[in-house]
Design a protein around this ligand. Structure first.
Ligand code: B1M
Length: 213
């Protein structure tokens, strides 16, 4: 791995909020594609943080400062990743489900969808099922995208699908889900319309669900 990518990776793992933006800017100035910074440094860094947490080496404060460094890097990459494609594919409400505060993956998915030409309405994190339905209705959305990172909160994806059903909107507004503990099988089990493993697959799925190439 290039030295500067390793420095970015280590900087996020160590939560160094000064070094990370500096090195990301340096990498971009050298002509490194933003996708390379994202896929080879930032995403592996968060995986490493998760492993350290699991091993009992990191606790919530360390995860938080790493997340802050990751967000600073994403803020720099955003304008480079979102080269808005002016064809509007449709409207999608994206949020993290009730009880879940993890928003980095959700933000990344939103960013990629925006770049591909979707109009993204960011519902935020810890979003109640009724709130998703209310926002989707108010904005006349085509899709709802649900993110969950905890095994304890992924069940709120099902509750959100049920809330949509109760509002008589199931099928009219499609639901796609994603996040580390979620699977294709879980999507089928809860009656969601699709599952995507990562942000770029989320774009392909969203296009498929609203029947656009
Ligand atoms: Co938390 N956390 N966390 N955490 N955290 C995990 C998820 C965990 C796996 C760590 C571990 O044990 N290894 C673990 C969950 C275990 C489980 O449920 N099985 C965990 C835990 C336990 C917790 C707490 C309970 C800890 C505690 O308090 N004791 C607590 C819960 C708080 C809550 O939500 N109520 C907690 C808190 C936090 C912080 C607040 C400190 C911080 C989040 C900060 C933030 O997001 N603003 C945090 C972090 C940073 C993590 C890890 C380290 C990193 C998550 C991340 O940002 N990944 C995480 C470990 C890990 O994931 N390896 C962990 C990078 C991101 C780009 O990936 O979000 O997976 P991801 O998104 C991907 C795909 O999943 C997919 O595309 C994205 C891009 O490719 N995707 C979608 C996501 N959403 C999608 C939606 C789609 C399609 C694709 O369609 C709509």
């Amino acid at each position: 791995m290039e030295k500067f990518l390793q420095e970015i990776l280590d900087g996020v793992v160590n939560g160094d909020n000064h070094l990370v933006p500096e090195k990301v800017n340096e990498a971009l100035e050298k002509g490194t594609p933003p996708e390379t910074v994202l896929n080879e440094a930032l995403i592996p860094a968060m995986a490493e943080v998760g492993q350290r947490f699991e091993a009992g080496e990191y606790f919530v404060p360390e995860m938080l400062i790493s997340a802050r460094a990751m967000k600073s890097a994403l803020a720099i990459l955003k304008p480079k990743l979102v080269k808005i494609n002016f064809q509007s594919y449709g409207k999608i409400v994206v949020g993290t489900v009730k009880g879940d505060l993890h928003d980095i993956g959700k933000n990344l998915v939103s960013l990629m969808l925006e770049g591909a030409g979707f109009e993204v309405i960011d519902a935020g994190s810890d979003v109640a099922p009724e709130k998703f339905v209310e926002i989707a209705k108010a904005n006349n959305a085509d899709l709802i995208g649900l993110s969950a990172l905890l095994t304890t909160t992924m069940t709120n994806m099902k509750t959100t699908v049920s809330a949509l059903e109760q509002a008589g909107l199931k099928g009219k507004i499609k639901v796609m889900i994603g996040g580390a503990p979620v699977t294709e099988a879980y999507a089928a089990q809860i009656g969601a319309d699709g599952y995507a493993e990562d942000a770029s697959r989320a774009v392909a799925l969203a296009k498929r669900l609203i029947d656009r190439p």
